[in-house]
Write a protein that binds this ligand. Structure first.
Ligand SMILES: *[C@@H]1O[C@H](CO)[C@@H](O)[C@H](O)[C@H]1NC(C)=O
Ligand SMILES: *[C@@H]1O[C@H](CO)[C@@H](O)[C@H](O)[C@H]1NC(C)=O
Ligand SMILES: *[C@@H]1O[C@H](CO)[C@@H](O)[C@H](O)[C@H]1NC(C)=O
Length: 489
């Protein structure tokens, strides 16, 4: 190895994300050393996308480590799971206290927490970073969610904030929190993405089946919505998808089998919300809606024997099409506010669950650009947390309170008509049910407590003595009414 020249960062793993991040980092002026366990992979890359680029190259991990400036920064882009642990076990013996290891893969946050703690004991600074935006993002500006050992942040900040996407002049990269926080935040991002996609699909369903609009017309509407509060990447691509014509000039969308796949991040977000008792109902419904869609064969059978409501004229919206489209837009906006409120509730709860105080305003900034859920709306969320860093719930912020209030009537109308017409709107309706529950100072949970105490002596608390659990023998009511006298024959 040539004396003198040292790399700012080493990249381990040259699958597509590793390649694109390496190119992105290099083009931002950082000396970058690349490594892959299979040297053929490295050579292939240097003959293709990496051709003519000024990379430093290492063919062993030791070479890689030796090529780096101290403190060393090594970023892993290998498959989540055991592959990460394998590379780590080799790296640990080569690195020195104060060096940084970043995992930029799709690791589960629990693994990142475990690794951060283990490496901290060896004085190595571990960072688990969510990377969003896919291949294109990695190449031209991803949204980056680093978390872990905060001592690493000053060392990696410049590289990270240089290569990330920028939105309104701010980098879409901030430190999010300790331990596995980076991967946790990425997981919540993906959960919210599931919710956004389901909400958009429900809006499409209603426009298609209630308003009988064709795909071009619906695409036109999404394009208009992209110029409102709903301006976002997902609304934008939806407009393009709806207007896309196949070679025979028919809509391609109509030819796609209606079974939605999933890779598990929505499920993980939901499991985590169940584990910590945070009602992330919208992501849950979005995951289940995909599961239901998968049961295509059963649905085909059911569609022949299970009847929906009669097609009564009186069940159709009485307003004009334009007015109803605006109702749907508002229903989508209000539901989206609920979904993000729920997502931020889960992230806020990490304070109780793991003692992590996450940088919530920073997270909104990160998501504003580069990632799949990027939108104008995240700017409003950022402003809400700037004004009140300890905001308990987005719905308490004046801007969002007013937004939900102004959408409320439309939202209820859209759900009511959908129910009357037999159109499933699980995400719209769970969002409204959450809103109605959250704003209720009283809920019928007193009855549930009584039932639990009746059959299982689980005890309950009385409003007049809220600190003492009590149990009642419900079969012996002290003031039981004496039975009404039997009617005289
Ligand atoms: C090497 O590259 C392949 C793909 O080209 C990738 O799947 C793998 O994770 C990389 N592994 C390491 C340890 O470099
Ligand atoms: C959606 O809005 C963004 C931002 O204004 C714009 O860049 C994009 O071209 C719009 N997309 C469509 C399909 O209208
Ligand atoms: C249901 O009724 C509406 C309004 O009368 C009509 O436009 C529509 O075509 C009917 N749909 C079906 C499936 O019969």
């Amino acid at each position: 190895m040539a004396e003198g020249r040292r790399a700012d960062i080493g990249i381990v793993g040259l699958a597509v994300m590793g390649q694109n991040l390496a190119l992105n980092i290099l083009e931002h002026g950082f000396v970058t050393c690349i490594y892959n366990r299979t040297s053929d992979k490295t050579k292939e890359f240097l003959n293709a996308e990496g051709k003519g680029k000024d990379f430093m190259v290492a063919y062993t991990l030791k070479n890689l480590v030796d090529s780096l400036k101290v403190p060393r920064i090594v970023m892993l882009l290998v498959k989540a799971g055991t592959a990460v642990d394998e590379v780590l076990s080799k790296l640990v013996s080569l690195l020195e206290p104060g060096d940084v290891i970043i995992d930029g893969g799709n690791s589960e946050y629990i693994d990142s927490t475990r690794r951060e703690k283990k490496l901290k004991a060896k004085q190595l600074l571990y960072v688990g970073s969510g990377v969003s935006g896919g291949e294109k993002g990695a190449r031209h500006g991803p949204s980056l969610m680093p978390g872990g050992n905060i001592e690493a942040w000053p060392l990696i900040k410049n590289i990270f904030q240089s290569i990330s996407a920028q939105a309104d002049g701010a980098p879409c990269c901030e430190w999010v929190g300790p331990e596995g926080a980076g991967h946790f935040v990425k997981m919540v991002h993906n959960g919210i993405e599931y919710g956004d996609m389901q909400l958009i699909s429900e809006a499409y369903h209603i426009m298609k089946q209630v308003l009988k609009l064709n795909n071009d017309a619906i695409g036109e509407i999404f394009e208009q919505w992209n110029r409102t509060e709903l301006e976002s990447y997902l609304v934008e691509i939806t407009a393009e998808i709806l207007k896309f014509h196949d070679e025979d000039d028919q809509s391609l969308l109509d030819k796609i089998v209606d079974k939605a796949g999933q890779k598990g991040t929505g499920k993980w977000t939901t499991l985590s919300s169940l584990e910590y008792g945070i009602p992330l109902t919208l992501v849950g419904e979005a995951v289940f809606a995909r599961c239901l869609s998968e049961l295509k064969e059963e649905r085909m059978l059911a569609s022949k024997c299970l009847k929906g409501p009669d097609n009564l004229t009186s069940n159709y919206p009485t307003c004009s099409k334009e007015e109803f489209v605006e109702d749907i837009r508002k229903a989508l906006y209000a539901s989206k506010i609920i979904s993000y409120s729920q997502g931020f509730m889960l992230m806020r709860n990490t304070n109780c669950a793991f003692g992590w105080k996450l940088n919530l305003g920073g997270i909104a900034t990160i998501w504003k650009g580069g990632c799949i859920i990027r939108s104008k709306f995240l700017g409003d969320i950022k402003r809400a947390f700037d004004r009140e860093p300890n905001l308990v719930n987005l719905l308490f912020n004046e801007f969002f309170t007013e937004a939900v209030h102004s959408c409320q009537e439309s939202w209820r109308r859209v759900i009511s008509y959908s129910v009357l017409l037999g159109i499933p709107v699980p995400a719209f309706s769970t969002a409204l049910a959450f809103f109605d529950g959250y704003r209720s100072s009283w809920l019928p949970a007193n009855l549930i407590q009584a039932q639990r105490d009746y059959f299982g002596a689980h005890t309950y608390k009385r409003s007049d003595h809220p600190d003492e659990p009590v149990h009642t023998d419900w079969t012996k009511s002290p003031s039981k009414q004496s039975p009404a006298p039997a009617a005289q024959p």
